[in-house]
Design a protein around this ligand. Sequence first.
Ligand SMILES: [Zn+2]
Length: 945
Amino acid sequence: MFEPRHMDGPPLMTDYKDTVFLPSTSFPMRGNLPQMEPRILEHWQRLNLYQELRKTSKGRPTFILHAGPPYANGHLHIGHAFTGIFKDVVVRYKQMQGFDAPYVPGWDSHGLPIEWKIEEAYRKKGKRKEEIDVLEFRQECRLFAQKWMDVQREESKRLGMMADWEHPYNTMDFASEATTSAELLKLLMSGELYQGVRPVMWSVVEKTALADTEVEYHDHTSTSLFVRFPVSKSADTDLEGASVLIWTTTPWTLPGNRAVAYGAEITYALVEVAAVLKDSLAVVGERFIIAKDLIESVASQVGIGQTHVLKTFVGRALDQAFCRHCLWESGYEFDVPLLPGEHVTTDAGTGLVHTAPGHGPEDFVLGKRHGLEIPQTVGEDGVYLDAVPTFAGQHIFKIAPVIVEALSRHGRLLHVSSLTHSYPHSWRSKAPLIYRTTPQWFLSMDKGRLRDKALSAIEDVKWYPAQSRNRIRSMVDGRPDWCLSRQRAWGVPLPLFLHKQTGQPLKDDAVNARIVAAIATEGCDAWFKSDPSRFLGDAYAADDYTQIKDVLDVWFDSAATQAFVLEAREELSWPADLYLEGSDQHRGWFQTSLLLGCASRGGAPFRSVITHGFALDEKGQKMSKSLGNGVDPQSVISKSGAEILRLWVMNCDYSDDYRVGPEILKSQEDLYRRFRNTLRYLLGALHGFDPTTERLSYEGLPDLEKYILHRLTELHTRMMEATTDHTYQQWFAALHTFCAVDLSAFYFDIRKDVLYCDAPTSLQRRAARTVMSHLLEYLLRWLAPVLCFTTEEAWLSMGRTGSVHLETFETPPALWQNADLAAAFETVRTQRRLLTGALEQARASGLVGSSLQARLVIYDPEGLLDPNQPWHTLAIVSNLEIKQDAVPTDAYTLSDVPSIGVVVEKAKGEKCARCWQVLEEVGRDAHHPTLCMRCTDAVTQGVRP
Ligand SMILES: [Zn+2]
C-alpha cells in the first residue's frame, strides 16, 4: 500500500515535469540489508559508538540489564538470537529514554559440555581422560571455550547488539574464578555449606553428580519385575510362609535392598492363589501379601486366574515383621524389615515398596530414620563394587538378565516384562541416570533460613509475565539443598581442606585469603598444581588435611556473576534492574542467582525479571535436527539481514513459546519494506526542507496536521508505558499501525497533492512539511532500538554526522495534545470511508479511472458531516457537493455511516496537465492553457524549493 501511489507522480507533459515536487532522496527503496548492515557496523566501529554512548550519558540515572552468560560451545542458535535481540532492544529503549544503560556481555565457559567435548577428542585419539594431566586437560578446555566465545561475539555483533564487546566478562577469567571461589568460601564461613551423604542424580557415563538442570526426561525401556520376599517373622503368625510382593523397574538396585516399605494406613490382604493361567510363574496354593486395592491389577499382570482373600488388615499390623532378602541364595543371607513409609501409595505396583537406601531419596530418608545401613553398591562408573556378592565387577546397565536368572532359579521371580516409561537421562551424554549415594557438598536451604529469605525476596521482585512468580516460588519452596560439588576437572574448585581425623572442613580466613589471591593471579590451576602448604601456611600441617579436588556446579559460577560483574564493574551495580532470559532459567540462572544473592547479600540480585518462551517451528513443533525444521540465524542474516530477525522478535508474544520459519520470516520482510518506505517517503517529501524558514508554528497548522500531531503524542505515551511495563511488542504493533493506517493510507495519501503540486510558499504545503519533519524525527528515534541499522542509514542519508543512537526521545509539546480534535477526526475518518468506498466502486465499474476524475455528490439530510472539513481534499477528488436532500436509492451507503449516501459522477472540465485534477478552470490562463489556476501560480512562482 505504500510505494506505488506515493512514489509515482501523475504522468506529466514534458513541459511541466520539472515543476512538480516529486519526493527525492538518496535513501534507496531496497534495503539490500546483507550488504548495508556490515557498512553500518563499520560506521559504529569508527565512531566507537558504545564508548561514546557511555561518555555522553555519564551522570544520567542508570538502567542495568545484567545479561546472563550463554554457554561457549557452538554457534548462536535461533534461541540465542531471540534473547540477544530482545535484551538489545530493551537496553536501547532505556538508553534513548534518557538512562545510562550499559550492556556488559559475558560467557559461561566451565562445565561438563566443554569437558565432554575435550574427552571425546581424546577418546578419538585412543586416550583416556585419566591418562591426561589435569592442567593440560584444563588448558584444552580453556582454548575450546575461548574459540567459541570469539565466534559467538562476532555473531552477536552481527545481530546489531550494542554492547561492550571489547570488555566482556567470562566465568573462566582469573578474576572471575577468584571471586567465585571467594563466594563459596563465604558460605563455608557462614555454615551454610556442608558435606553430606545423600543420593544424588548420577551419570555413570560422565562419572559425576548432576544438577536437576542437567537432567532430561526421555522414554526408556526397563525390565519390570514382580518379586517375592518370603516373610520370615511376623507378629501375625498367619503371615508366616506367605510372600510380600514388590514391583520394581530397577532390578540393579535389588542387591542394595535393605527393607520393604508399607503404608501404615493402607489396607492389605493375605491372598491365596486359586487358579493360574498358562506360563504364569505363580503357584496354586501359594500366599501373597499385597494391597487390597491392587489384587486385581497384580493378578492380571502376573497371570493369576483366581484368588481367595484369606484376611485383610491395615499396614500397621506389619510392624516388626521381617522378610528374607530376595537374593538370599546369591549371598544376601539376611532378613530385611518391613517399615512404614509415607511415600507408599496404591497408584501402581503392589502397595509394598522395595527399598534400597543408597539409590533413592525416599529410600534414603526411610533408611536414615530407621538406622539402616546405607550400602555403597555401585562405583562411579556404574560397576558393582567388590563387596557386592555375586554381581561384583559387573555393569548395572547389563545386570538385569543376570538378576532375573538368580531370582528365577530360587523361586523369587513372579513375573518379568518390559516397561517403557519416562526416565531421567543426562542432557549431555543422553545416558540413563541413577541415584547414587556419595559424599557431596551442599548449600543448605534451611540452616541459614535461605529458603525463607528467597521466598520473601521473590515477592519483592517484579516478574514479567506475572505467572512467572508462582513458578519460581513453587520451585524454591520444594527444592532440596543445592548440590554444589561435581567430580570433574573443568571448573572452579571447592577450595576446601578436610581434617582427616574430624572430617570437618578447615575454616580460616587467612587460608581462604591465600587461596583467593593465588587463583586471582594464576587462575584455578593454582589449586590443582600447588602444594597444600602454600595455602595452609605455618599454622596447619598439610598431612592432617585432605584437599578437596571436586569442582563447583557451573550454575554457581553464573550465579556469582552478580559478584564479579555487577559488583566488580564500575559502570554496573548490585542489584540489577533487570534479568531477561528464557523460562527454563526459573530452575537455572534466575534461581541460582537468587539463592546466592539471598545467602550472601540478603536479597535478590535483580529488581525485575522477564522470562520468554522457546522457539517452535511454524506448525508449533519443537525444532530438531531429525525434523530438519531448525532456523539458523546466520543464514537468515546472510540472505535477508539482521533487521528481519530483529523485527521478528518484536512480533513475537514473548510470554509464550514463539514460532519461526520461512513463511514467518517472509512476512517480516514485507513488514520491513513498509517501515522502510515510510522513512523513505518522509525523507523524499522533506527534500530541501529548512526548518528555520519553512516550519510553521502549531497555531498555523490545519486541523488535519494538528490531528496527526495529536496521534504522535498518543504514540509517545504508549511507548513510555511499554518500556515501563515491558510490552514492547504491543507498542511496536501500534507503531506499525500508525505508519500503515494513519500515515500511509490516510495522511500521506491526502497530502500528496499539496506536497507535489502546491507552490513552495503555500501555507498548506509548509504545514504538511512541518508535520512530516516532526514525524521523521520521532519515527527515526522510535524505530532506532529495533531497526538499528536502517534508522542509522536514514540518519546518514540526511547528511547528519554521528549516530541516531546517540539521540534521546523527545517529549512532544503538551500543546500537541488535542483530545476534542482527535474525537472529531475519528468521526471524520469513519465518514471518509464512505467516500473512498464509493470511489472504489466507481473505479471498479469503470466510471472513473483515478479519484481525481470524480465528482462526489453527498446526500446528508441530517447534516451529519462537518461542513468545515475540506471533504474534497480528504476524499482526493476534484469536485464535491454536499446536499441536504434525501438519500437517493442508487446512492452508495455504508452501515457504519447511516443516513448518508454518495453518488459518484464524472468531474466536469479538463484535466490539469500538472496536478491531474479535472477542473472547469483549466484553460483560463492563456500562458498555461493546460493548467489549473493553482498550478499556473505554482509554475509562475517557478523554482523548486
Ligand atoms: Zn493543477
